[in-house]
Design a binder for this molecule. Structure first.
Ligand SMILES: Cc1cc2nc3c(=O)[nH]c(=O)nc-3n(C[C@H](O)[C@H](O)[C@H](O)COP(=O)(O)OP(=O)(O)OC[C@H]3O[C@@H](n4cnc5c(N)ncnc54)[C@H](O)[C@@H]3O)c2cc1C
Length: 675
């Protein structure tokens, strides 16, 4: 310290938040007698413009070189007051805050004792302020590109927004086509827009945008680095089809020996595909892929005399020699848009999903009502599809007349570990009930529900509309679905009238909820993301930072963060895109100054700090210590978030955090203990 501390203390009333319980005048008067305190003042709102002006003028007129603000939590206004110091041309890290609101006035009632505690907190801050040192924030450049993981509507929207702003996007999608769940939907509530009609143009745009590099059938293998400078490794899986040669004509799939014999993921078991396939007609890219787990040539080494797809493909696009490819690139920001899984209905065995062909899920019904679906939009239930194991030739089909929906399957249900509401099921149930009545006008459709949550724009009106159309809503939680003769019986209790119900129906539709993806762990491990109680990815702050994560430069969009409908998904994707555009367009980011640093001379290289660091900011490196090569810890300053975990773990005290060094904190503790 080259200059003698001259400290200004500023005690805030915070209206009556502090002043009601703490004698602010007495605290300011007490502070004026503390060592090195040149000025001590109280003011109604220190964070207001006049409050900040007081500080700035004192810095100039009184020559202050340290400032203590006794007010609210530093989380609230530390940045405000740092800016005040900077504006008065004082290093912003010469600021110390004493939290006399959250840690004093708000948690105490006895004015006298609270005032004494406030004095102690202010004294401790003054003792620490005497030992503060100036710190410098560093600037790093930003790679003007973004990685987006997941090509559902969230990833597509974010990619288009960033690409349209003039920046490069790498959009990585696990499956052979972008589109996500929205591509499987027929119409969308509450406006009944045709899902494909609004999604397909966006899919085509991402496929052809000059700023977007689309990596489908690909997975991110490794991510290292930090905001502005992430190094990415992506595995492009072999499609066994040359993308440049494939014209998407589909003759290969028609000729494949397994045509119509493999259950289609897109049709969720309601339709079949070949071993070489296009996931759905509007797929982007419109290029075929060979399923390596089903293709006879790839699994058994032969497919008749020669693979029929090879013979059929005029441009010669089939390439069984193709290998996975690793693509490497750098980005400045990352958006995670990996979406959701639908709840597996077999986890509620009481509803007979695995046993009866006429118990289906809402997603299966989406495919049945879709004109592009396996039944061309006809509601035909195939007997013997499951459970009853009839031979193909004996299978019959029928059109159901008595239809019941069971809502909240896998949502708001502690027994399956999902306490949360999936937010879309009430409305998609209303939508599907409406579509069923359109297709089968003489059907009797009822919905067994717990509560109807019609909270969005136009939702309540849509719910009213389907009830007017004849859909009956029965408040009751079904306990069981079983077979009686040709019918299914729903056993329930009407919770409004307390009457037991046994309802005979032809078709039960389970309104399955949205769950975190089974494979979410892969992304968690890549990016060290946190999960909230519902196991979806956790945002940095549920209200104030809903698209940020704990890692700078990594953002969340869509259902990966929690269940939401398409409008909310698109809104969040736009939020994530604009957050990513911040650093991209400024071209630089500031690296915070209050970070950990290592004293190489005393570090023993035990590695505890490496294990403790939640941001992978520390590594062990070998250095030459007076002729001996030894291991010591090294902090990556761009990754360190200054959480302090390593300083607590370090046995030799060699890792210290700037502004929270032992020699700064110990006198502060001594003051608190000694008064
Ligand atoms: C039955 C049903 C009906 C619905 N009906 C409606 C409706 O009418 N109106 C409405 O507004 N909403 C509706 N929804 C909700 C709607 O489906 C979602 O809001 C929307 O799909 C969310 O999009 P997303 O991009 O967040 O996720 P998704 O659609 O799940 O897309 C995520 C994408 O990320 C990919 N991915 C996952 N992990 C990785 C990885 N590690 N690497 C690369 N790629 C990965 C996936 O393959 C997928 O393509 C319905 C939902 C269901 C289940």
């Amino acid at each position: 310290m080259n200059n003698k501390p001259k400290i200004g203390v500023y005690v805030c009333h915070c209206g009556i938040n502090i002043a009601k319980t703490v004698d602010v005048d007495a605290v300011a008067e007490f502070a004026s007698h503390l060592p090195n305190v040149k000025v001590s003042r109280e003011y109604s709102y220190m964070c207001s413009d006049p409050g900040q002006l007081l500080i700035k003028e004192d810095i100039k007129n009184e020559g202050l070189n340290r400032v203590v603000v006794a007010s609210c939590s530093p989380r609230m206004h530390e940045l405000t007051f740092r800016k005040t110091l900077a504006e008065a041309e004082l290093n912003p890290y010469y600021l110390e805050m004493a939290n006399i609101r959250e840690q004093c006035s708000w948690v105490h009632e006895d004015r006298e004792k609270a005032t004494e505690k406030a004095k102690k907190l202010v004294a401790a801050a003054v003792y620490k302020a005497r030992l503060l040192e100036p710190l410098q924030e560093n600037e790093v450049g930003v790679e003007p590109a973004t990685l987006i993981i997941g090509g559902g509507i969230a990833g597509i929207q974010a990619a288009l927004d960033i690409a349209n702003a003039g920046f490069k996007v790498y959009l990585v999608e696990k499956t052979p086509s972008v589109g996500g769940r929205m591509s499987q939907l027929d119409k969308t509530f509450p406006t009944l827009d045709c899902s494909a009609c609004i999604l397909t143009p966006k899919m085509v745009d991402v496929g052809s945008h000059p700023n977007i590099e689309l990596l489908t059938y690909s997975e991110v293998e490794d991510i290292s680095g930090y905001i502005g400078n992430f190094d990415i490794k992506v595995r492009k899986k072999a499609r066994y089809v040359d993308m440049d040669k494939c014209t998407g004509c589909g003759i290969c799939a028609e000729e494949c020996r397994l045509t119509g014999r493999i259950s289609s993921e897109y049709e969720v078991g309601m339709g079949n595909r070949a071993a070489i396939y296009l996931p759905f007609p509007q797929a982007v890219p419109a290029k075929y892929t060979i399923d390596p787990e089903r293709c006879l040539f790839l699994t058994r080494g032969k497919c008749g005399k020669s693979p029929k797809c090879v013979d059929a493909c005029a441009p010669g696009a089939i390439d069984f020699e193709q290998k996975d490819e690793i693509v490497e690139f750098k980005v400045g920001a990352i958006i995670v848009a990996t979406g959701f899984d639908v709840f597996d209905a077999s986890r509620k065995p009481e509803f007979g999903y695995n046993d009866y062909e006429n118990v289906i899920t809402s997603l299966e019904l989406e495919r049945l009502v879709a004109a592009s679906g396996p039944t061309e939009g006809n509601i035909i239930i195939g007997k013997g599809r499951k459970g009853e194991k009839k031979k193909k030739k004996d299978r019959e089909t029928f059109t159901p007349k008595e239809i019941a929906f069971i809502s909240c399957v896998g949502s708001r249900d502690e027994t399956v570990g999902n306490e949360y509401c999936s937010r879309v099921c009430c409305m998609y149930t209303a939508k599907l009930a409406h579509l069923l009545l359109e297709k089968i006008p003489d059907a009797n459709v009822r919905v067994y529900y717990m509560d109807v949550r019609a909270f969005g724009k136009g939702f309540e009106e849509f719910y009213d509309r389907v009830r007017r159309e004849g859909v009956r809503y029965i408040r009751g939680n079904p306990s069981e679905v079983f077979k009686r003769g040709d019918k299914l019986v729903i056993k329930a209790e009407n919770t409004l009238t307390s009457t037991p119900i046994e309802d005979e129906v032809d078709l039960v539709v389970l309104a399955v909820g949205l769950e975190p993806r089974q494979d979410a762990r892969e992304v968690i491990d890549l990016l060290r993301l946190s999960q909230s109680g519902d196991r979806f990815f956790m945002e940095a702050h549920p209200k104030l930072a809903p698209v940020d994560t704990a890692t700078d430069g990594v953002f969340l969009a869509g259902c990966s963060q929690g269940p939401k409908d398409i409008p909310d998904t698109v809104a969040q994707a736009k939020g994530a895109a604009s957050s990513a555009l911040g650093p991209l367009s400024s071209g630089k980011v500031m690296i915070q100054a209050q970070i950990a640093h290592v004293d190489e001379a005393t570090c023993r290289g035990c590695g505890f700090c490496v294990e403790t660091c939640p941001y992978t900011a520390i590594e062990l490196v070998t250095v030459n210590r007076v002729g001996h090569m030894v291991s010591v810890a090294k902090v990556n300053e761009a990754l360190c978030k200054g959480c302090g975990a390593c300083t607590a773990a370090c046995l030799s005290g060699s890792i210290q955090q700037r502004s929270f060094m032992d020699e700064q904190i110990l006198p502060q503790i001594a003051v608190l203990g000694g008064m």
